[in-house]
Write a protein that binds this ligand. Structure first.
Ligand code: URA
Length: 245
């Protein structure tokens, strides 16, 4: 498990486990270990802080989650979305240009409920993406996840890039179950990027053990998960706070 700085604009927040290695010079695309990115952007810190505040009203919480999602998805797409090049005529001269390649499929998979708020801006950032929802609930006693909605297509085109959106990576049960559903349909962990608001060591360790080559983008890494499965200090129940329930 690596928490590292792959480019000047991304930085290490904190090693997610005591055995986390840092400072490797391998390229992020070289596979093997899971990488965790915590982009050191002041706006990301700002929106995480707004989310953490228990006084933040529901409507502000929702828009803060959406803004955080926009920034994290933007970072996750860096060096990841394929482009096509060509030439066009501007009003002044001929210019070489680069567009997102519409032939390369990109899927967004928000995990209900709270993933809806974090994924709110995904379709406006990503020009031709398709969104497929997964609904997973975790039993409050056992903390085990169960799937109540699976909208994934039976056949996922080979090489599809997949963004899995889950705001809270706590014990890791839900995110692991969600990625298992994608793997069942032929997606490899190297095709997947997980976007989350707050991540905790138990989830990161589980993901790292099970899905080598996975990339995780988080607004913040917190230190622990309590006995009820809440991230500490965290931000509370992201679903309840997003939907005022
Ligand atoms: N899910 C949440 O909404 N919050 C947590 O702290 C952990 C899981």
């Amino acid at each position: 498990l690596l928490v590292r700085r792959p480019r000047p604009s991304l930085a290490v927040a904190r090693a997610a486990s005591p055995d986390a290695a840092t400072g490797s010079s391998r390229s992020p695309a070289s596979g093997g270990q899971m990488l965790v990115f915590v982009p050191p952007h002041p706006l990301i810190k700002h929106w995480v802080s707004v989310l953490r505040n228990e006084q933040t009203p529901c409507a502000v919480f929702r828009s803060a989650m959406a803004e955080l999602g926009r920034l994290l998805i933007y970072e996750a797409c860096r060096d990841w979305l394929p482009t096509i090049t060509g030439e066009i005529q501007t009003p002044v001269a001929v210019s070489s240009v680069e567009f997102i390649d519409p032939r390369e499929p990109v899927m967004v998979v928000p995990i209900l409920r709270a993933g809806l708020a974090l994924a709110e801006n995904a379709s406006s950032i990503l020009p031709a993406t398709k969104t497929y929802h997964l609904g997973l609930r975790r039993d409050e006693e056992t903390l085990q996840p169960s799937v109540y909605l699976n909208n994934l297509p039976e056949k996922i085109p080979e090489g599809t890039r997949v963004l899995v959106i889950d705001p809270m990576l706590a014990t890791g049960g839900t995110i692991v179950a969600a990625i298992d559903l994608l793997v069942d349909r032929g997606v490899t962990s190297k095709q997947i990027k997980v976007v989350s608001a707050v991540a905790a060591p138990p989830a990161l360790q589980k993901l790292s053990n099970k899905f080598p080559g996975l990339h995780v983008y988080a607004g913040m890494i917190d230190s622990e998960v309590d006995e009820r499965g809440y991230i500490v200090p965290g931000l509370g129940d992201a679903g309840d706070r997003s939907f005022n329930t």
